[in-house]
Ligand binder design. Sequence first.
Ligand SMILES: *Cc1c(COP(=O)(O)O)cnc(C)c1O
Length: 377
Amino acid sequence: MIMSNNIGRQYSLNADEYKKKAMEILDSGWYVLGKEVEAFEEEWAAFIGSKYCVGLASGLDALWIAFKLLGIKNGDEVIVSANAYIACVMGITINGATPIFVEPDEYDNIDANKIEAVITPNTKAILAVHLYGQSCDMTKIMDIAYRHGLKVVEDCAQSHGNHWNGKTVGTFGDVGCFSFYPSKGCGAFGDAGCIVTDDKALANKFKIFRNYGSERRYYNQIVGANSRLDELQAGLLRVKLSHLNDFNKERCEIAERYLQGIKNPLICLPKVRPGADSSWHQFVIHVPRYRDELKKYLKKREIETLIHYPIPPHLSEAYTYLGYQMGDFPIAEKYAAEVLSLPIYNGITLNEQQIVIDAMNRFMEASLYDTSLFGDI
Ligand SMILES: *Cc1c(COP(=O)(O)O)cnc(C)c1O
């Protein structure tokens, strides 16, 4: 069975280093917000090229706390791509703000040419989601934000260390938000997240907010949250980070093999926007016809695939209150019906990659009429 993402493989590449670090922290007797967190924050800021990093409990926390500290509140509008992950939208709505959706373009990220048309006097920010490991067009987004006086938050949960015109994503907007959920590029061994920013005062606000609104124990300046990063995750993330450039390089090699090897007129391969590079968090193909049939066909061959994401946020049950209907964002809806993520993870063998490529190339219209190729699924 070839899993869509086998995180155990990545772990096994450096298992001894993680075990040693974990034991060290268990023995230290200090478990939340300590020297590992501080060291990780410094190292992550340096890796991204930002002045400050603040460790938090998750990527969703990074998003909603960012909007809150940037003053986004009830009645404000935040622009986001219509094919984003549901957590991106929750990061906006937790504060009572309204998401304003914009269709994605052929690179699966927000179509920056369609942003200005939806700006109103209530628009306060743009959430640039770098989906699947690829940067949005940050030149256009920053230009629009500057001209309209909007804040920019970057959701880099799927884009750890990739670039737009050579500059690392997360460094363009007011705040860059990261998730270290285990399946992400630099994945922790549980939940974790962080923000990066060049604004010292803002970074300090995050530090206060994450710990019940206090800088000094039992002196609470504001009503905050508990979004602390623990020592175990921070220490293990430091080990991961030390290998992240190699991990990203390996993913590029896997993607390149897929891009070269998969030749099937039923399948549209992912495109990388000129100016961007991808860290290939996902390898997402578009299958305009027969996506579900291909998924079943691959499953029969013990190749697991995922759909990122089957329901666009505007049609999610959680957002019925926004009042959208099928047909409101036809491109995002079309993408939801045709995207498929192929197995990509560190430690996937050449043989496994070849099995995926061969299966992809053998799938054709005629396969649909041969029931033996699908099985009872
Ligand atoms: C994973 C993810 C999040 C949420 O991160 P959590 O750590 O799971 O809260 C937000 N946005 C995007 C694009 C993600 O992929």
